[in-house]
Design a binder for this molecule. Structure first.
Ligand SMILES: *[C@@H]1O[C@H](CO)[C@@H](O)[C@H](O)[C@H]1NC(C)=O
Ligand SMILES: *[C@@H]1O[C@H](CO)[C@@H](O)[C@H](O)[C@H]1NC(C)=O
Ligand SMILES: *[C@@H]1O[C@H](CO)[C@@H](O)[C@H](O)[C@H]1NC(C)=O
Ligand SMILES: *[C@@H]1O[C@H](CO)[C@@H](O)[C@H](O)[C@H]1NC(C)=O
Ligand SMILES: *[C@@H]1O[C@H](CO)[C@@H](O)[C@H](O)[C@H]1NC(C)=O
Ligand SMILES: *[C@@H]1O[C@H](CO)[C@@H](O)[C@H](O)[C@H]1NC(C)=O
Ligand SMILES: *[C@@H]1O[C@H](CO)[C@@H](O)[C@H](O)[C@H]1NC(C)=O
Length: 454
């Protein structure tokens, strides 16, 4: 069995790599620098904690117009429960379970400097072109998004993507300091079923993997980011494991053949490693992520929103005494699932969610509401919130207990993150020894205030 599988996998890899190596001959940049050695190219020196501008990135699934997340009741049953204890373990790492049965290669250790990432919705190419992205605040910029073709399972690159992507990678690499350019595949509006079919069968996975490597090399991306929202069944999760294993083997082998630095592999994932929404409870393959991914981006936001208008909610709070819908809980589940802290890149929102209060005099977190508030379907970018609060003389409150910020005025109520809550979350990420943090999304900030926060 094992041998047969091994042969199968090698054959599969050889096909992908030969094809990719051939096609990369035509790729724009003839990279003749490093000999085929295994040492990665030097990465730009962007120390995580030691420079002044602490940046952050964000991520998520809203579109530039902040399309609301799919209306999912992302709720664990609410029951009064003993407080969860949030132990701060600087460099935790759960003892690694036994190695995967067939692990020809595994992911290199993540960089010691922290990742400060941000997703860049490509529709902003006209208003916030790559040349305007301040790379002193970010180490990794994610191109959001390209989709998967639902019959060939290859990533599909539109004419617009073609031009925008060439400019994206070359501009970010030429910046001082340079930032890594990662191609993110999927997003909230991509079909979860297409991903499910892709991972379910060897040929489909091979087509996907080959196309991602080809595209990454053709356009000069440093990495690939899988944004499948979300695997729906335990079967999806075990197929995802196989995808990571094959994808890692393919990028390792491609790197040997091409002599180029290995393509990074990451994934945007649910805020917790267990998913219990809509359907059968299921758990991400923590071992595969530890062994084969460079890092994952838990999307630590959207805990509350327009899908439940009966009470206000802090949609990205760090701590919640009364439920498991919180960033601290989500991060703890990833650690418990065997993913080392330094492979966790914590998501933070540069947007808020709004409610219409039932009674203007009851304006706390969890107070009664009757509908969504101002903004686009109950969502405002941080930039819009700052302007709105100023324009409406709204009262702003930083809530220390949850580590979140809200504002109210009349019946309008907005839950979001400001500089204080972002700063505290960054402290949390560092205390937990996380690999970094990211924002959704570039372009939502007000004068780069949150991007700079530390
Ligand atoms: C491409 O990027 C360069 C900076 O590297 C910029 O000056 C130029 O305007 C961009 N071109 C387009 C078409 O966006
Ligand atoms: C989460 O998944 C892990 C790993 O499968 C499992 O041990 C744990 O019981 C799950 N926790 C919950 C709350 O479902
Ligand atoms: C909305 O959220 C509140 C508080 O979390 C909860 O009690 C209520 O059952 C939820 N309503 C729906 C329709 O999910
Ligand atoms: C939170 O999750 C833990 C398991 O991780 C579970 O024991 C506990 O009951 C959950 N609490 C709530 C309020 O759902
Ligand atoms: C509440 O928000 C609406 C926009 O949705 C605005 O027209 C109104 O003036 C706001 N009310 C207050 C008291 O700020
Ligand atoms: C703004 O609100 C504060 C109370 O929060 C109030 O004291 C002040 O007069 C208001 N200013 C204006 C211009 O309405
Ligand atoms: C934007 O931020 C910069 C740097 O902190 C500051 O000098 C500038 O005044 C700010 N601009 C606005 C319009 O707030």
């Amino acid at each position: 069995m094992a041998m047969a599988r091994q042969r199968f996998l090698l054959l599969f890899l050889a096909t992908i790599v030969i094809a990719s190596a051939t096609s990369s001959v035509n790729s724009a940049s003839a990279d003749c620098s490093p000999p085929p050695s295994y040492s990665p190219k030097a990465s730009p020196p962007l120390p995580w904690a030691l420079t002044s501008p602490p940046a952050i990135s964000k991520a998520s699934q809203a579109s530039p117009v902040a399309a609301p997340a799919s209306p999912m009741p992302w709720l664990w049953p609410l029951q009064p429960t003993p407080e969860i204890s949030y132990t701060i373990t600087p460099s935790s790492s759960p003892t690694p379970p036994s190695p995967a049965p067939f692990a020809p290669t595994s992911a290199p250790a993540p960089p010691s400097r922290g990742i400060k990432g941000a997703y860049w919705p490509s529709g902003q190419a006209g208003t916030l072109p790559p040349s305007m992205i301040p790379t002193s605040y970010f180490t990794h910029i994610f191109y959001a998004f390209v989709l998967l073709d639902s019959t060939s399972y290859q990533v599909s690159i539109t004419q617009t993507d073609h031009w925008v992507m060439l400019n994206f990678t070359s501009t970010l690499h030429a910046k001082k300091p340079p930032a890594k350019a990662i191609l993110s595949i999927g997003g909230a509006s991509a079909s979860a079923d297409t991903f499910s079919s892709m991972v379910s069968n060897l040929d489909n996975r091979a087509a996907f993997i080959k196309s991602t490597i080809d595209v990454a090399r053709k356009y000069g991306f440093d990495g690939l980011d899988l944004d499948w929202e979300f695997p729906n069944t335990p079967q999806d999760m075990s197929n995802l494991l196989v995808l990571f294993e094959e994808w890692r083997s393919a990028v390792n082998m491609e790197s040997i053949v091409s002599g180029k630095a290995q393509i990074l592999l990451s994934a945007a994932v649910y805020f917790s490693s267990n998913i219990s929404l809509l359907g059968v409870p299921r758990t991400y393959p923590g071992d595969a992520i530890r062994n084969y991914a460079d890092f994952v981006n838990p999307m630590c936001y959207d805990y509350h929103g327009a899908w439940n208008t009966s009470v206000t909610g802090a949609h990205a709070l760090l701590y919640d005494k009364s439920s498991n819908l919180s960033t601290s809980y989500g991060i703890s589940t990833w650690k418990n699932n065997g993913v080392p802290s330094n492979k966790l890149v914590m998501g933070m929102p540069m947007y808020g969610r709004t409610w219409e209060l039932k009674d203007p005099n009851h304006h706390g977190i969890g107070d009664p509401a009757v509908g969504i508030g101002p903004g686009n379907l109950g969502v405002m970018t941080y930039s819009e919130i700052v302007d709105f609060n100023l324009g409406h003389n709204a009262t702003e409150v930083f809530d220390e207990e949850t580590v979140s910020t809200y504002s109210y005025g009349g019946k309008n109520w907005t839950g979001y993150d400001d500089t204080r809550s972002i700063t505290d979350k960054v402290k949390f990420a560092k205390a937990q020894g996380l690999g970094g943090y990211f924002f959704w999304a570039l372009g939502f900030d007000k004068n780069w205030t949150l991007s700079r926060a530390d």
